[in-house]
Design a protein. Sequence first.
Length: 288
Amino acid sequence: MFIAMLSVLLSGAQAELATGPMQCVAEGFKFTEGPLWLPSNVLIFSDIPADTIYRADKSIFRKPSGCSNGLTLDPQGRLIAAEHKNRRVSRTEADGTVIAVADRFEGKRLNSPNDVVVRSDGTIFFTDPPYGLEGGLTGPNAELDFAGIFFITPKGEVHCLARDFKKPNGLTLSPDEKILYVGDCESSLIKAFELNSDGSSKSTRMLCEIQHPDGMKADERGNIWSTAKEGIRVISPKGELVQAIAFSQQTTNCAFGGPDGTTLYVTTPDAVYSMPARVHSATWAMKK
């Protein structure tokens, strides 16, 4: 099954980075998110309402998943998951045991961790909007009064990077890991945080405005591939729109994978799609 895709090239300097058409990998889900290509050459992804992490062949990778959303791997190859239902960031140990690496900040329960990325030194960055909370930040179960961006040090300490986002969502690191990009879905913008070695921020700047940015990944050239309200937007490190990929469904997240690392996987509410790309992920060189 193929789905129609319209790509508009806006910056001739880089030529087309994605070349469609998109092909359906798997369908029939409730709401998919968090695609992740594993070193074992298997694609996994979250189905949030189903409380399940699936493989591309629709077999169950993990259930229950804590209604996981974003998924990634740490430097040891362990699965790190942002869990809506359990209001935590979890790690799956080598023996299959799932533990919490963060579920509180300053003694208060997190809202509902949404997406997560890990730096090569083991520092974990994650967003914590209130999507999974009844009534949001003013609901009966909310303990924090803000939707934050956090980082967890390799020693397990939880720190707040920013409190001024309305609905922080997708995030990704630049290839050199010096910049963290974070999208605010409600404010329709992406900001760039220049990072210190300890995970804190030196400075923050507006990267670009984009309609309802969701999950995102960086490629080896430093471009940011953001799912959005009307498809996928490829943004240069300078904030310029490089390529706009119109899509007939809402897109929720994306990830590079495939045997050679140049397949872009895209999640939508009920299905997962793939399309060829001409670049690898930002982390491809380090993995090789």
